[in-house]
Design a protein around this ligand. Structure first.
Ligand code: FMN
Length: 162
């Protein structure tokens, strides 16, 4: 059992809450799959983290050890996000080979996670959110300097003014 992780992570959440005037959500990243802890332990940690003010668990699998072998497939970590969300009753972010708009949308619509967090696909296409919105028929504003390559009728992004 990853007792140290269980003690340190919620303890950090409390410390952070005491130090920071929160204007934005507090996220905690997990690395499951027997490196730091198994999924049962991750559920328990997530439940405790929620009680200590964490808003969302980013459900990763670590990947920090050379001998760690993780079978890869599209959305390979989504089941962790789904299980933690259901059993620990906390918002989760799904990671792991999420590469298409449809796949991302399905994960959210099927309530497997509350958001998707992309790494490699964002390196391939830094404008993935804009392209995904376009493919899903959602009109998002684009930065003014990109409007000349945006789809017809795309609204201009307004400065946030903060
Ligand atoms: C260039 C790169 C750097 C990363 N650095 C970190 C890191 O510092 N800490 C971490 O927990 N995960 C890190 N990751 C893992 C990603 O956050 C993500 O969980 C993983 O790549 C799976 O998502 P993906 O299939 O969308 O890439 C990194 C991934 C990439 C591609």
């Amino acid at each position: 059992m990853a007792e140290n992780v269980e003690i340190v992570a919620p303890g950090m959440a409390v410390q952070i809450h005491q130090q920071v005037d929160f204007q934005f959500p507090q996220l905690l990243r997990h690395g499951q799959r027997r490196l730091l802890m198994d999924v049962d332990e991750a559920v328990e940690l997530s439940r405790r983290a929620r009680e200590h003010g964490v808003d969302l668990i980013d459900c990763s699998s670590g990947g920090l050890a050379l001998n760690q072998r993780i079978p890869l497939a599209p959305g390979y970590l989504v089941p962790f996000a789904e299980r933690i969300r259901r059993e620990a009753r906390i918002a989760t972010g799904a990671v792991g080979l999420i590469t298409t708009a449809q796949q991302a949308n399905d994960i959210i619509r099927q309530e497997k996670a509350d958001c998707v967090l992309l790494a490699r696909e964002m390196l391939r296409d830094p404008y993935f959110p804009l392209h995904a919105a376009q493919q899903l028929g959602v009109k998002l504003p684009w930065p003014p300097q990109y409007l000349r390559v945006a789809p017809e009728g795309t609204p201009k992004r307004q400065p946030r003014g903060d």
